[in-house]
Design a protein around this ligand. Structure first.
Ligand code: EPZ
Length: 421
């Protein structure tokens, strides 16, 4: 397992470009199961999670290949296998997004139930509830969810849960509804840009979806979907992570291919901290040269502050001039980074779903380890400014969501290298 070795202290300067969104690409790749023709996806990053889903789709009869320009081609060749096995699902929870497409297209799905993970419980009850509303029968046998339906029928449904809307649940039910008979209305649908991108892809394949990006999505079922060419949206979480990296190092970085309109809650908090964030063409310039103000941050479903940037802004607020409060309202246990940041000299106190961040003057390099993708990203962000050397182990977590992070940060002047173990 590789590690990243970071020597903190360099101001990040220069230009960096954001990759296509992992969390938009994953459900769109799964949606290719629904289609008759070929899908060509542009901008899909080279990540572990993408490779895991590609392997699962291959098992489910989808031919997946990359062309020389990086375009990802997906074409269904065999519809026999409908079983997503534990071995693949346990590696990546997002594998559950094959449920909706398999059920709608092949009328049956057997998908291993993902367990919890390092960010807490990860139930799929709302996904199943949505499928049941569409007329599917479901059963849990040996840890696998079995779904079947002679046909799916459009209906009105409410998909909100105790923590609000569900991103992959909305994606799953939306995908299933595209081939259902009649009209489906999903109330309390997730409004995340990744759901909009999925709906736009499906519409380009012949689906009839309106309302994506609002809490009410309406789907007029169609008989079949064809392939299309689609470019996935820029990764707002990667962009946000680069923003935190620029801010924490008092840097001056232009981040290209960045949809600022997808990051307004993040920009709002960064400006409150005292970071300059200005639009620049299709990108954004982030600079900081003054002290950091403490702020409150509460994660919420989109358009609120994303849970996927909670760890990274916590790293930044460790150095604010006063006490900040961070409350996690999506995954109340998503705090594996707290103890690790404390090892680097942070003063963080967790009280339930809230962390009180007492600002300190410096962070100090240390060997650290995180068992969640965004938590690992936060440790890298902290390492960029910490005095001395930080060794972040278990880099495979970062590789799941950030392509060649060390090489890209190094182009901005960071002293960071990958150390094979
Ligand atoms: C997606 O996960 C993302 N993953 C996550 O990103 C992200 O943190 C999360 O949305 C929230 O924005 C992908 O897109 C692949 P949810 P998802 O269903 O869809 C509860 C990353 O780091 N819930 O929106 O699985 C759930 O427990 C990853 O890239 C139910 O109660 O998240 C949580 O409290 C990690 N029942 C809330 O809803 C359900 O059936 C939101 O979860 C489903 C979810």
């Amino acid at each position: 397992m590789d590690s990243l070795l970071i020597t903190g202290g360099n101001r990040l300067k220069g230009t960096i470009s954001v990759n296509g969104s992992k969390n938009a690409a994953l459900p769109i790749m799964a949606a290719s199961i629904l289609t008759e023709g070929e899908t060509v996806l542009k901008g899909v990053p080279q990540l572990e999670d993408i490779r895991h889903l590609s392997a699962l789709l291959e098992k489910l009869g989808v031919n997946v290949s990359r062309d020389e320009k990086g375009g990802l081609h997906l074409k269904v060749e065999d519809e026999m296998n409908c079983h997503a096995e534990y071995e693949l699902v346990r590696k990546m929870r997002a594998s559950v997004c094959v449920m909706g497409p398999l059920l709608a297209k092949r009328r049956r799905a057997q998908v291993s139930l993902p367990g919890g993970c390092n960010i807490g419980d990860r139930p799929v009850d709302l996904h199943i509830q949505g499928f049941q509303c569409l007329g599917a029968e479901s059963d849990l046998v040996g840890g696998d969810i079995h779904l079947k339906a002679k046909k799916l029928k459009g209906t009105e449904m409410f998909l909100g849960g105790p923590f609000g809307s569900t991103v992959l649940g909305t994606a799953n039910v939306l995908m299933a509804a595209t081939l259902a008979e009649g009209t489906t209305v999903i109330e309390s649908a997730a409004c995340e840009p990744e759901v909009i991108d999925l709906a736009n892809y499906l519409n380009a394949c012949g689906a009839r979806i309106v309302g994506q990006g609002t809490p009410r999505i309406t789907v007029e079922g169609v008989k079949e979907l064809h392939g299309c060419e689609h470019t996935v949206i820029p990764d707002r979480i990667e962009a946000g992570t680069f923003m935190m990296a620029a801010a924490i190092t008092n840097g001056d970085v232009i981040i290209n291919n960045c949809r600022l309109d997808h990051l307004m809650a993040v920009v709002d908090r960064l400006r409150a901290v005292g970071v300059n964030v200005e639009r620049k063409g299709d990108g954004v310039q982030v600079s900081s040269s003054r002290r950091l103000e403490p702020v409150s941050v509460t994660t919420q479903p989109y358009p609120g502050f994303p849970t996927d940037l909670q760890a990274q802004i916590m790293a930044l607020l460790c150095l604010a001039d006063g006490n900040s409060i961070i409350t996690e309202k999506i995954f109340p246990d998503r705090f594996v980074h707290v103890a690790e940041l404390n090892r680097m000299g942070a003063r963080l106190r967790k009280e339930g779903p809230t962390v009180i961040v007492e600002g300190v003057k410096n962070l100090v390099g240390a060997p650290v380890m995180a068992s969640d993708l965004r938590a690992s990203a936060a440790l890298v962000v902290a390492g960029l400014v910490a005095k001395g050397k930080t060794k972040v182990s278990r880099v495979y977590h970062i590789d799941r969501g950030y392509e060649r992070i060390e090489q890209r940060l190094a182009t901005l002047g960071a002293e960071i290298q990958r150390v094979p173990e």
